[in-house]
Design a protein around this ligand. Structure first.
Ligand code: FAD
Ligand code: SIN
Length: 532
């Protein structure tokens, strides 16, 4: 199969890019691949909203830039921060013209929420289901565009490069080029090749590497793992953001329900089991300090008191206001028999967002020719050591636009795709025991949660690496000998991502932003990105 523009991922990043190139080139074919249903994405679960400056009377670009830099703890690329903040409003206007609705007040002005690390109210939202609304609008626009095809249940296994033509490709090979992908069609169970002169990775996050996460099941870091295997550059994977307030549900691993930071923006207070509002002991910004600080404070309270969660007290928010602003959270609490006028919500930190990822430049270009990346799988330089809340939907839109602008030039340059061999499954047999995969996944999540969580140490990282080595070896053997399944491919990708997180964490001999190592509790004077 051939397509002009190949897009992997149907979240905000992939769909925004697909729409733009398809409208620019109505005679060219755009193909979006997604491994699950078309809307099953991290995007769909976004609650708080999009941070953007849209009221210059009360806010300014400089303030949004400053808040992003402060949250990023010295590691943001300031030029990238400026361009995202400045181009953001135009991208938001654009998605509104495509049909996305944001809440407005009685005067018709955007209603603006506030979240941790923001010095102003600037988060546009659609109640507490902003991502669902944006995903809906994008999918409706995509469905009306005749030259876009969205192929669901298509699991991308690997990028095709010179390696598949029989050449030795290493990290120092110049001009590694992407010619498309091998895809496991989950309906036919066949591996097909899909060739394209331009490929965009928009594969989202990797929260599932941890035992408890706010991310849905699709978030397995596939794009990052594929680029690493293809010898592309990966950056700053140690900066995994833990959201401070995921709903605590005992015994429930996997995806957990988020209690949006916007609830703290409306006045909710964190309390420990003694009922103490403890945040003032950790940071003068209290509940609205940047996320790394709040998550670490909660972690420290839990360890100090020997408990598995703290509480979020929402009683200061009038019930009617809560219900109209956060209808989904309200309903979830109601199902759990929590009366928010006097009951507190049990919450604990959960893996939420990957700040690092596939290294890109200001146009979304990766280190592999003809391969772009944007959205959560990319490391653009915006987030530094800790993402500012609600900056990621914004980043995805800004960079999808930039990838589109660059692709317009690239597609017009002469290029011939080589002859690419079909996938070779010779010698593989049906997997006999799924337990080999499910148990390894549990072990991986256990290791990452226990040794590579909010607080790390040299010993924990070394232990994690030894265990990952074993899991890697066993899983590679399985991969070589069995017919591929999405579960096996995801496990393999997650082990690679776990390895990248641990490796970057080992290289960072300091504590900064989301990475806290008890053996190096201070920040180093040398500020550097870790690139693998
Ligand atoms: P996604 O939306 O995750 O899409 C990834 C796509 O890639 C999916 O379609 C998936 O199927 C596909 N894919 C992955 N691997 C493969 C493969 N191997 N083959 C084929 N397809 C593949 N950010 C904010 O800015 N504001 C918020 O309020 C906010 N709230 C959040 C709340 C929750 C609960 C979560 C989980 C995240 C939140 N975030 C928020 C973060 C934000 O939602 C994500 O970073 C963003 O939506 C990522 O978009 P994306 O397009 O990069 O990836
Ligand atoms: C939230 O609503 O708390 C999530 C916001 C984000 O992750 O940016």
């Amino acid at each position: 199969m051939y397509t002009d523009f190949l897009v992997i991922g149907s979240g905000i990043a992939g769909l925004t890019y697909a729409l733009k190139v398809a409208r620019h080139f109505p005679d060219r074919q755009v193909t979006v691949l997604t491994k699950s249903q078309e809307d099953e994405t991290n995007t769909k679960y976004a609650q708080g909203g999009v941070a953007v400056v849209n009221d210059l009377e009360h806010d300014s670009f400089e303030r949004h830039v400053e808040d992003t830099l402060v949250a990023g703890d010295g590691l943001c690329n300031e030029e990238i921060v400026k361009l995202v903040v400045q181009e953001g409003p135009e991208r938001v206007r654009e998605i509104i013209t495509w049909g996305a609705r944001f809440d407005r007040d009685a005067l018709g002005q955007f209603s603006r929420g506030r979240e941790g690390g923001h010095s102003r109210h600037r988060v546009l939202h659609h109640k507490d289901s902003t991502g669902r609304e944006m995903e809906r609008a994008l999918l409706e626009a995509v469905h009306q565009q005749p030259n876009i095809q969205v192929l669901t249940h298509c699991f991308v296994v690997d990028l095709i490069t010179q390696h598949h033509l029989g050449y030795l490709v290493t990290k120092s090979t110049p001009d590694i080029t992407c010619f498309g992908v091998y895809v496991l069609n989950l309906q036919t169970r066949q591996i097909e090749k899909l060739l394209a002169p331009i490929t965009l990775l928009a594969t989202g996050g990797c929260g599932r590497v941890y035992r408890t996460t706010t991310n849905p099941a699709i978030a397995t870091g596939d794009g990052v793992a594929m680029v690493y295997r293809a010898k592309g550059r990966i950056e700053n994977m140690e900066f995994i953001q833990f959201h401070p307030t995921a709903l605590y549900q005992p015994g429930k691993g996997g995806s957990t329900f988020l209690i949006s930071e916007a609830v703290r923006g409306e006045g909710a207070i964190l309390r420990n089991h003694a009922g103490e509002a403890f945040m003032a002991r950790y940071d003068p910004r209290k509940e609205l300090a940047p996320r790394d600080i709040v998550a670490r404070a909660i972690d420290s309270e839990m360890k100090r008191t020997g408990t598995e969660y703290v509480y979020l007290d929402c009683s200061a928010i009038p019930e009617e206001h809560f219900q109209s602003h956060f209808p989904n959270i309200y309903e979830k609490c109601r199902q759990l028999n929590l009366d928010l006028r006097h009951d507190w919500i049990p919450v604990a930190p959960a893996a939420h967002y990957s700040c690092g990822g596939i290294k890109t430049d200001a146009w979304g270009r990766t280190s592999i020719c003809r391969l772009y990346a944007c959205g959560e799988c990319a490391s653009t330089g915006l987030h530094g050591a800790n993402r500012l809340a609600s900056n990621s939907l914004l980043e995805a839109m800004v960079f999808a636009h930039r990838c589109y602008l660059d692709s317009v030039h690239l597609i017009q340059q002469p290029f011939t795709l080589p002859d690419v061999p079909d996938w070779d499954a010779a010698g593989t047999t049906e997997p006999r025991e799924m337990i080999l995969i499910t148990q390894s996944l549990k072990e991986l999540q256990q290791v990452m949660s226990d040794y590579v969580g909010i607080v790390r140490s040299n010993t924990r990282l070394q232990r994690a690496m030894r265990r990952l080595d074993l899991l890697f070896e066993e899983t590679e053997a399985l991969y070589e000998s069995t017919i591929l399944s999405p579960q096996l491919c995801e496990l393999r990708n997650m082990i690679t991502v776990g390895y990248l997180i641990v490796k970057c964490a080992m290289f960072r001999k300091e504590s900064r932003g989301l990475h806290f190592n008890t053996d190096y509790p201070e920040k180093s004077r040398i500020v550097q990105n870790i690139v693998l």
